[in-house]
Design a protein around this ligand. Structure first.
Ligand SMILES: CCCCCCCC/C=C\CCCCCCCCCCC/C=C/C(=O)SCCNC(=O)CCNC(=O)[C@H](O)C(C)(C)COP(=O)(O)OP(=O)(O)OC[C@H]1O[C@@H](n2cnc3c(N)ncnc32)[C@H](O)[C@@H]1OP(=O)(O)O
Ligand code: FAD
Length: 671
């Protein structure tokens, strides 16, 4: 935690008020004291020297300067953390070092590094899609940054619908090569991070053709730039796609092929092979194993959502503690805005949600490792459920985080709109994660597919997998009894998920009986299917959060236990109150129960209030990582805002030339 000599007196007072051991909660969030120590060690090594600091604020740079500055910092950061990056050589070991490296990277990059995809997708695809020989050839090069790569799947015309990709990879047995071709403008690869200017290699997803037959999409390792001159290779057209809402230091690019040849060995052949004579051999037992990188990144994005939300609430809570506004009691000074119940309503759910997503991400990661281990033994049975689970969690966590980060901006009033508050960059980053790696709606519809099948299993009294075991109770014919205990509320969330899934199934059947095809009946029901998948995912998140907190605080000190319990209950009450209509429909909840619940929620806000600053301090986010005038540990908000204002290039001269060039002639009536 960064310390300065002068700390805003309101923050000093808040920290004195906090009744729990902040460090104990930090350990809990990090997954143990050892992890905290290791994270801090990496942060200290990376951040204590400062050579990476921006010469001028990045927001004042041109796009070209921003990009070049980001590459500069990437190289400094890469040299500092190269040992930690090597840890990636086994996906299972994606542990604390990797998370600490990802977290510390944010001190260097307010937006993103052009090498994000090198570690977020390129290396994971090599790990997940290569044969052992390919792995030993490419993995050391990628980890050692001898080759720099990205993952180019999305095209101008298709992102969601992978089977609709148009880029072709046609095998030529004469030369034992694949010929990559982009037949149309819509087939141009589009979006891949780092592709515009940075990478020299690219994993390209293309339709595989051999012996005149198309076998679907597969990944190919494709050199696109000369390893010495960095010039695009003949047959390659590559460039950057232009300014975006965020990710502007990430040089997302486009790429097209003109009958471009690569050796046969460059098809990533873990799941299917093309033999020298062009024979296609399918190895995988599950049809979607080539989608593996997406599953991996979706899991990572849940932890990313938690981390970025933690940053936003640290900023907004600290700022709300030092910001004083209005005078409800004329005889008293202006209160801290954090004392307003409406402000607490905006912010405490953000803290609880950051905890919920953090714990769910660890649980999801552990479940993923179980699935990977089973797949190593040839068993892909659990992949479908895991795909449904990770799709739903990715959709909800990225979407809720973006919305809550925006809520944190609202909580910071006008100053939250300043780039220097740190919140706009956070929002721009996180809101993109709702779309990338599978759009929100599209992923929830994947979850819904699984839920409808699970419902049919339950109906037929067949065994159910753990995440949908609650469906077994969906056929009692009675409404679930409302009970405002934590377990009772979770049961109600499950009941309303079950009720919504049942309604979808009924609707689909009714529409099919009325003569619609299965596809049309499904399509007509998709609004409800998305709502059902959302309800299911929320029930899983609420249940996991509650279970994990109970488990992790079993030996905690009483005050830590109490405040963690308060946050989980706040989370449950908040979502119950957000879904009162659904609860009335699917449970026995009464009007009085809901009035009581609202009152209990408001009382809970008051209980959490004295610990609010302590709770965000426990996220232990260094000022360098927060990049915020409003959220620094010392709370010197107004001084920092003024310092940043003075850095504006417009303040470098007393009068701007535009005055003489345009305004003066206008004022003088000469225009
Ligand atoms: C030098 C030092 C510098 C250091 C700096 C380092 C700092 C950083 C450190 C570390 C990095 C950490 C990383 C952090 C964060 C990572 C961010 C990375 C950036 C990401 C940028 C974005 C990238 C992208 O977006 S890549 C493109 C992603 N694209 C998509 O996601 C497309 C979405 N579409 C789909 O997934 C599919 O098309 C579909 C699922 C919607 C439909 O597929 P389709 O084939 O049509 O399937 P369908 O016929 O509908 O059948 C569905 C059945 O298939 C099953 N199924 C579908 N998908 C899967 C799956 N993945 N797994 C298993 N099963 C699947 C499904 O269940 C259906 O089964 P059923 O039985 O038939 O019902
Ligand atoms: C910042 C950023 C970085 C990216 N990085 C990469 C990268 O490195 N590599 C890469 O390959 N790609 C990358 N992408 C692309 C990303 O994966 C796609 O944008 C994403 O998968 C969404 O696909 P789309 O753009 O085709 O959206 P579309 O599918 O065109 O979505 C448009 C709308 O249609 C809806 N829709 C689409 N299909 C359906 C359906 N079946 N049912 C109901 N509604 C539907 C969606 O919900 C959405 O509202 C990146 C994107 C962004 C924004």
């Amino acid at each position: 935690m960064s310390q300065t000599t002068e700390v805003n007196p309101d923050l000093v007072m808040e920290r004195a008020k906090c009744n729990f051991n902040v460090l104990e909660v930090t350990h809990l969030i990090d997954g143990g004291e050892q992890n905290t120590l290791q994270r801090k060690k990496i942060e200290n090594i990376a951040l204590n020297d400062g050579a990476w600091k921006d010469p001028i604020g990045e927001e004042h740079m041109t796009p070209k300067e921003k990009y070049e500055n980001s590459v500069r910092k990437t190289c400094i950061y890469g040299s500092i953390v190269k040992n930690e990056l090597a840890e990636l050589s086994g996906m299972e070991s994606f542990g604390m070092n990797f998370l600490a490296v990802r977290r510390t990277a944010d001190a260097f990059f307010k937006e993103v590094t052009p090498l994000l995809q090198q570690f977020g997708q390129f290396v994971p695809t090599i790990l997940g899609q290569c044969t052992p020989e390919q792995l030993s050839c490419w993995l050391p090069k990628a980890l050692g940054l001898k080759i720099i790569g990205t993952y180019a799947q999305t095209e101008l015309g298709h992102g969601t619908f992978i089977r609709g990709l148009e880029t072709t990879a046609t095998y030529d047995p004469e030369t034992e090569e694949f010929v990559l071709h982009s037949p149309t403008l819509s087939s141009y690869k589009w979006w891949a991070g780092g592709l515009g200017k940075t990478v020299n290699y690219c994993i390209v997803v293309a339709q595989l053709y051999t012996k005149g037959e198309c076998h679907g999409t597969y990944p190919f390792m494709v050199p696109i730039r000369d390893e010495d001159t960095h010039m695009p290779l003949p047959g390659i057209k590559v460039g950057e796609i232009g300014p975006k809402m965020g990710y502007n230091t990430g040089d997302n690019g486009f790429l097209a092929f003109n009958n471009y040849r690569i050796p046969r060995e460059n098809m990533l052949m873990k799941h299917a092979q093309v033999l020298k004579d062009g024979t296609y051999v399918k190895v995988a037992r599950h049809g979607k194993l080539t989608y593996g990188t997406m599953v991996f990144v979706r899991v990572v994005l849940v932890s990313d959502a938690a981390f970025n939300l933690a940053k936003a609430c640290t900023i907004a809570v600290r700022y709300s503690a030092i910001r004083r506004q209005s005078r409800p009691r004329p005889e008293e000074p202006e209160p801290q805005v954090l004392d307003y119940a409406t402000q607490q309503h905006k912010l405490f759910i953000a803290i609880a949600t950051a905890h919920a997503f953090q714990l769910c991400s660890v649980w999801l990661w552990d479940s993923y490792n179980v699935v990977l281990a089973q797949m190593k033994d040839g068993n892909t049975d659990t992949l479908t459920e895991f795909h449904a689970l990770s799709s739903g969690m990715k959709a909800i966590s990225t979407s809720d985080s973006a919305q809550l980060i925006e809520q944190c901006r609202h909580a910071c009033g006008g100053h939250g709109y300043m780039i220097s508050s740190g919140i706009p960059n956070l929002y721009n980053y996180v809101t993109a994660t709702r779309t990338l790696e599978g759009d929100y709606t599209v992923l929830l519809l994947q979850t819904a597919r699984f839920l409808v099948k699970a419902y049919e299993q339950a109906e037929a009294k067949k065994p159910l997998t753990p995440s949908v075991a609650y469906l077994a109770h969906a056929f009692s014919g009675r409404k679930t009894t409302w009970d405002s205990s934590p377990d009772g509320i979770i049961r109600s969330f499950q009941a309303l998920a079950a009720g919504k899934i049942a309604a979808c199934v009924r609707n689909i059947r009714k529409r099919m009986q009325a003569g619609l095809s299965q596809v049309d009946a499904w399509e007509m029901s998709t609004i409800q299917l998305v709502a059902a998948a959302e309800a299911h995912s929320r029930a899983v998140i609420a249940d996991t959060y509650r279970r994990e907190i109970v488990r992790l605080t079993a030996n905690s000190s009483p005050n830590v236990k109490a405040v963690m319990e308060q946050l989980t209950i706040l989370y449950l009450y908040y979502w119950a109150l957000e879904r009162t209509g659904d609860l009335l429909m699917y449970t026995s909840v009464s009007e009085k129960d809901l009035v009581d619940l609202q009152e209990a929620y408001e009382e809970l806000l008051l209980k959490i209030r004295p610990n609010a600053v302590g709770l965000v301090d426990a996220f232990d986010l260094r000022d360098e990582i927060l990049h915020s005038t409003l959220g620094s540990y010392d709370g010197r908000v107004y001084e920092r805002l003024m310092e940043e204002a003075l850095k504006s290039p417009l303040n470098k001269e007393p009068v701007n030339q535009a005055h003489f060039k345009y305004l003066k002639p206008l004022i003088q009536g000469k225009l």
